[in-house]
Design a protein. Structure first.
Length: 218
């Protein structure tokens, strides 16, 4: 009887997918996939995610019973995924290609209209109650700074620090960032030559409950 790792490797190769590509499509760490295929890990709580990314059922992946023809003829059905970057990575962000994706530990579904978008996990209370700590904001780095409007939420890096706030453009053309929480200090952040536009916040995900997926014991 074949192992889960052997089945995973066989199906992945039949789909002509690398471990990295499977990791991006499934949201499962590449190191976990590697450990499974080499036998260093016997099971995972992410079988469903891996199966969906490969276009097979979880039962087929676990037991190795599947239609050999369908492996090459059926395209994998899985959502496009975007990385959840750390604020440290955002602080040195220049473009998506500059980010070491092997260091990314979490991926979330990417909307169809986005190409190079990424997520950041909200920290602190500066933008309460619109954005709460633990929310995931989706950032589009392809937006031109000249196109953003007053009131837009944007991500800006200054030296190695990154923040997101509301952009305010006065009638005289002057610009600054403002925290949505009126009680947060400093509420106003000047935009100077050391501030670099990273991208516009275009969406936000809030999980009211989120548990780690676990497989049923036989």
């Amino acid at each position: 009887m074949t192992t889960l790792g052997e089945n995973l490797k066989k199906i992945r190769k039949a789909k002509k997918m690398t471990q990295k590509e499977l990791a991006q499509k499934s949201g499962v760490k590449q190191s976990v996939i590697s450990d499974l295929e080499t036998g260093n890990a016997k099971s995972t709580g992410s079988i469903l995610e891996l199966a969906n990314a490969l276009g097979v059922t979880a039962e087929e992946l676990k037991k190795g019973v599947f239609d050999e023809v369908s492996l090459t003829n059926v395209a994998p059905v899985a959502p496009r995924m975007a990385p959840v970057l750390s604020w440290v990575q955002a602080g040195v962000f220049t473009n998506v290609q500059s980010v070491d994706m092997s260091q990314v530990e979490e991926w979330l579904p990417l909307p169809e209209e986005c190409t190079n978008c990424f997520y950041l996990k909200v920290q602190g209370i500066s933008n309460n109650p619109d954005f709460l700590e633990g929310d995931y904001i989706l950032v589009d780095p392809d937006v031109y700074y000249s196109d953003v409007q007053s009131g837009d939420m944007i991500v800006v890096r200054k030296f190695e620090d990154a923040t997101f706030k509301k952009l305010v453009i006065e009638t005289d053309g002057s610009r600054y960032l403002q925290a949505l929480n009126p009680e947060f200090k400093p509420n106003i952040i000047p935009l100077d030559e050391d501030c670099h536009f990273v991208g516009q916040v275009v969406d936000c995900i809030r999980y009211t409950y989120r548990a780690k997926r676990r497989t049923r014991m036989n």
